[in-house]
Write a protein that binds this ligand. Structure first.
Ligand SMILES: Cc1cc2nc3c(=O)[nH]c(=O)nc-3n(C[C@H](O)[C@H](O)[C@H](O)COP(=O)(O)OP(=O)(O)OC[C@H]3O[C@@H](n4cnc5c(N)ncnc54)[C@H](O)[C@@H]3O)c2cc1C
Length: 329
């Protein structure tokens, strides 16, 4: 690990003063479960580490008329224990339930989960987010690509977004509040994530001098039936291979509005807009859910080793829809 200066501020203003205009100037430290491994592997080498754990205004889950506000520093454990989230936004609880490691649940934060860097092994081994060789060509299409993207992978990015919580938050129409030197900006969780096109871009719109402060799930998502279903290789210390979060509005047994978001299959949480349209106006049963699952992966372009993810994502959508219809919490 490179030497770094350590700061432990207690206000957002101090944090913003300590962050720099370049990623290399400083890094935000929350639970540290991702940042520290990135630093130990020299993937990131910030000159200053800014611990935000004592900063006021980033904690707690607060329910109000306009919705539920989740502080960026809320841990996975706190999220899982929250009865309001479980009752009103089950897709988010399901997503967090998949992260079974007690250590990650105790230390990992919601904000850190959304901002964690991709697990692409080329990125983690120093080849950059776009995993390029010396000639500037991506190593992924002809390389070890079994955990890479099957959607949104026309290049140059092939990694998958690693966050389990992001698809559920997008399905539930959540907003993210980012605080920076110029004040606060609010954007939809969907707009937070981007597919980088150049070496200078990152996988989200966060700026080096900004902090994710809170996540707001609007009251309008309260009455939705929602669920997340994920498939993973092993339950502990791993990331899903594919996941689907769904949120639907039912009226008279038929879907009147739907959001379907796939996780771990594209560089961003992947919104299956056409599949959601196909679902609208229909009841949710085995055959409809299976067809909508197939529609969700239409257009997938598997790489040489990851064709299996197409089937996993299809099944994840089907099972998430059936769970949402049953109202499983
Ligand atoms: C073995 C293992 C298995 C895992 N399995 C899963 C899984 O199945 N699903 C899943 O979703 N995740 C999984 N994770 C990832 C884990 O959830 C994240 O590491 C954790 O949530 C990150 O939170 P943190 O508070 O520790 O973040 P940190 O490690 O402190 O930070 C992570 C990144 O986010 C930035 N950051 C953190 N908070 C903020 C903020 N508020 N504003 C701006 N930037 C911020 C940091 O600068 C850093 O770049 C796993 C991790 C491990 C080690």
């Amino acid at each position: 690990m490179e030497r770094f200066e350590y700061a432990h501020p207690s206000t957002k203003q101090e944090v913003l003063r300590l962050l720099g205009s370049n990623w290399n100037d400083a890094a935000v430290l929350a639970g540290g479960t991702d940042l520290l491994s990135l630093m130990k592997e020299y993937v990131v080498t910030p000159k200053r580490v800014v611990n935000i754990k004592s900063v006021a205004g980033l904690n707690g889950i607060h329910s109000a008329a306009e919705g539920v506000t989740i502080g960026a520093l809320v841990t996975m454990e706190e999220l899982l224990e929250d009865k309001t989230i479980r009752a009103e936004y089950p897709a988010l609880t399901h997503a967090a339930q998949g992260i079974t490691s007690p250590q990650i649940r105790a230390m990992g934060t919601v904000g850190g989960d959304l901002c964690q860097r991709p697990r692409c092994w080329y990125f983690r081994n120093g080849y950059g987010l776009l995993a390029k060789d010396e000639s500037g060509k991506s190593l992924v299409p002809e390389g070890e690509n079994r955990y890479h993207a099957i959607l949104g992978n026309t290049g140059p990015a092939y990694f998958v977004n690693p966050s389990s919580l992001a698809p559920a938050l997008i399905a539930l129409d959540a907003k993210l509040l980012l605080v920076g030197a110029k004040g606060q900006r609010e954007l939809s969780a969907a707009d937070f994530f981007v597919i980088p096109k150049t070496d200078n871009q990152r996988e989200n719109v966060l700026q080096p001098n900004e902090v994710l402060s809170n996540i707001v799930i609007p009251a309008s998502s309260r009455g939705l039936r929602s669920a997340t279903y994920e498939v993973r290789h092993k339950t502990a210390l791993d990331w899903p291979l594919a996941a689907a979060a769904v949120a639907v509005k039912l009226d008279g047994g038929k879907v009147t509005a739907a959001k379907i978001v796939l996780g771990h299959v594209a560089p961003i949480p992947w919104q299956a807009h056409d599949a959601a349209k196909e679902l609208t106006g229909q009841p949710i049963n085995e055959s409809v859910a299976a067809k909508v699952g197939e529609a969700a992966v239409r257009g997938a372009r598997p790489l040489s080793q990851n064709g299996y993810k197409v089937k996993l994502a299809t099944v994840a959508v089907k099972r998430a829809l059936l769970a949402a219809a049953k109202g499983e919490a």
